[in-house]
Design a protein around this ligand. Sequence first.
Ligand SMILES: [Zn+2]
Length: 346
Amino acid sequence: MPQAFPFSAIVGQHEMKLAIVISAIDPGIGGVLVFGDRGTGKSTAVRALAALLPKMRAVVGCPYGCDPGAPAGACDSCQVNATKRSAAKTPFKSHLVPVPVVDLPLGATEDRVVGSLDLERALSQGTKAFEPGLLARAHRGFLYIDEVNLLEDHLVDLLIDVAASGENVVEREGLSVRHPARFVLVGSGNPEEGELRPQLLDRFGLSVEVKTPSEIAARIEVVRRRDAYERDSAAFGAMWKKEEERLRRRIVAARARLSKVEVPDAALERAAQLCMRLGTDGLRGELTLMRAARALAAFEGDASVDDPHLRRIAAPALRHRLRRDPLDEAGSSARVERAVQELFGA
Ligand SMILES: [Zn+2]
């Protein structure tokens, strides 16, 4: 398998890159919805970031790739084993695995997504065994759905529920299985091909818009890098190694710092004012804005959330939560930008 395209070598698309990094720092933010033209490197960006993240330690033989260092969040079988092993003082056998990126194809059946009864074993051995699905494979990594707007509503609902709860529960055909499934959901959508229901939009943490670059210089650079990568991915990877290493260290440090970043009352007040001005429904907008600003502050190495963090992350956190305003012709990005300028100053 060729080396993944280096994340740092992606030209432009700053907002998309930042949103994916922020989601990787705090997976609890709720994933990213990427709107935009085809061929703008959405899937490349997710794969590139996953490849950049440090490999994860996983329990050997566990179908969910549980973390041996965190038995509390592990599957039932690993939890039982953890108790036995700690009594016998024998640690788990573990190995390092890459952060998974699982593609969810549009035609996938619910069985394939959530897992199903292993029919072969049921017939040959008469035992009811669980055949894990795509959600199991995505645990601790990314689940990528191209054209999420074309996915059946019940599957989108299910995915968002699992992404929010971090657990997949399967009850059917006499099977009752519950396993951890914590992943960052990344959906891509082309707004011209079917809309997402507003209640679903609202449940994605961040949303970004990507466009094919319109400046000649940027277009040339995209083509040049793509060509160099395709001719010799290893040599291209070596050229970007230092940049990638630097970004990896920043993300690892941000994850470690995240819980210590303070959110002062003044920042909460700003977030509330911004959401009120924009008329976003409910409190999910504020909560996401606060969490994303905190992850951004952690990424920047700052000790507390301040106006610049809120400003920078406001559009991705809020633009997909605005109600249509028939009297306002401006697009949602422009509306957020306008409200930010009114509140924070130009
Ligand atoms: Zn396990």
